[in-house]
Design a protein around this ligand. Sequence first.
Ligand SMILES: Nc1ncnc2c1ncn2[C@@H]1O[C@H](COP(=O)(O)OP(=O)(O)OP(=O)(O)O)[C@@H](O)[C@H]1O
Ligand SMILES: [Mg+2]
Length: 272
Amino acid sequence: MLDQQDNYVTADGRTIGGTMMEMRNITLRFGGVVAIKDISFDIREGEIRAIIGPNGAGKSSMLNVISGFYHPQEGEVWFRGSKRPSMKPYEVARQGIARTFQNIALFEGMSVLDNVMTGRLTNMKTGLLAQAMWRGKAQREETENREAVEKIIDFLEIQHIRKTPVGRLPYGLKKRVELARALAAEPKLLLLDEPMAGMNVEEKEDMSRFILDVNDEYGTTIALIEHDMGVVMDLSDRVVVMDYGKKIGDGTPAEILANQAVIDAYLGVAHD
Ligand SMILES: Nc1ncnc2c1ncn2[C@@H]1O[C@H](COP(=O)(O)OP(=O)(O)OP(=O)(O)O)[C@@H](O)[C@H]1O
Ligand SMILES: [Mg+2]
């Protein structure tokens, strides 16, 4: 439902704003492999947008295009009304886009606290030279960073493991630490690549709740890839469906469930 401001009101009463990110006719090739074929879709301010599809559909590739890890051969990426030039991942991060990875990428030997602190690096204003010259300013920034990180650690309920080396944690908690690190950058858009893969039912419920809370309390826009259709239907406002690099569906969870092309793509396909 659209109101006068072009806002979109969800079934559960949340207001979704205008377009934040627009992918226009994106094509991405690796040699002869076409990972993404002429795909367009948008992400609106404040929404939870899911990207689904069978293995190898091109979902991670799409998140990698958004985060600047891959550069499409064709198409345009628009962010908050401007066409984005080709950017490196750290430049994209500075625009307020943070991510987690399909395969956890944390520093296993470092504590939870230190791992989450690394998420603040993109926000640091004081460089190394400045830190040497103006110790007061650098110390103030350090204190601010610590406070922000402690808040996130409380929010995600990982206080009890803050000093534990990440390598000793069970898988489900590692995924939560990775979410904490991404949140530490205070992103406007958060990209989650299979945040619940390999989790048991209880861990999935916890992670779902945290994702909804992040969206609700911080107003963070979220794009996530997920194979568990129950989770996708519960969490997302709108869903993009990919299959063999093409977009085969785009709409609300209810629309997607009724889409014959989507049903066909999923029949007989193994998922993890
Ligand atoms: N860096 C790369 N070099 C070469 N080919 C790649 C690269 N990254 C992805 N691909 C290919 O692009 C296609 C899409 O892969 P992608 O990882 O995006 O799929 P996916 O939808 O995330 O799958 P999954 O559900 O298994 O994670 C695959 O054929 C894959 O082999
Ligand atoms: Mg993937």
